[in-house]
Design a protein around this ligand. Structure first.
Ligand code: CA2
Length: 150
């Protein structure tokens, strides 16, 4: 069975491609899923792709990734990035290499987006590459695993 990576998306990302295209682009979450599946396939990885508007559900899925011994997590926690303590606590407990992804460069946006609680528990952070950041994060996870650094 191929190793699995969890791609977990937080609140409002189900709206991708329908509003604010100047910020988030025109691709939909289904397009992001297709991109992730293609990137993972190139590395022989399977994908569990999820989105929720509820913080607790994101925590449940991080715990599930740990329980099922996932090879990694790609996480765009969206606005919970800036507010949640439960999510980084779950990542720290999971001991699954987690790459934090943001479509936009959060450091070039409003002050309140500059701080990420998730970053303290993440292995690496990617921001500002648009949805390509998801594929880059999958490449990064695979590179870490190859180098035995995950
Ligand atoms: O840049 C990112 O990926 C963010 O995680 C996106 C979050 C934002 O709160 C973070 O600061 C940065 C917002 C996701 C909302 O996505 C929408 C997409 C289209 C229309 C409306 C919302």
């Amino acid at each position: 069975m191929p190793d699995t990576i969890y791609v977990i998306n937080g609140p409002n990302l189900n709206m991708l491609g329908t509003r604010e295209p100047e910020k988030y682009g025109r691709a939909t979450l289904a397009d992001v899923e297709a991109l992730c599946r293609e990137a993972a396939r190139r590395h022989g990885l399977a994908v569990e792709f999820r989105q929720s508007n509820r913080e607790g559900e994101l925590v449940d899925w991080i715990q599930e990734a740990a329980k099922t011994k996932a090879a990694g997590i790609i996480l765009n926690a969206a606005a919970y990035t800036h507010t949640s303590i439960a999510i980084p606590d779950a990542i720290a407990a999971a001991q699954v290499p987690t790459i934090e992804v943001h479509i936009t460069n959060i450091h070039a946006r409003e002050e309140f987006r500059h701080h990420s609680h998730v970053s303290r528990a993440a292995k690496a952070v990617l921001a500002g590459f648009g949805i390509d950041g998801y594929a880059l994060a999958i490449d990064g996870l695979a590179a870490l695993a190859r180098a035995g650094r995950s």
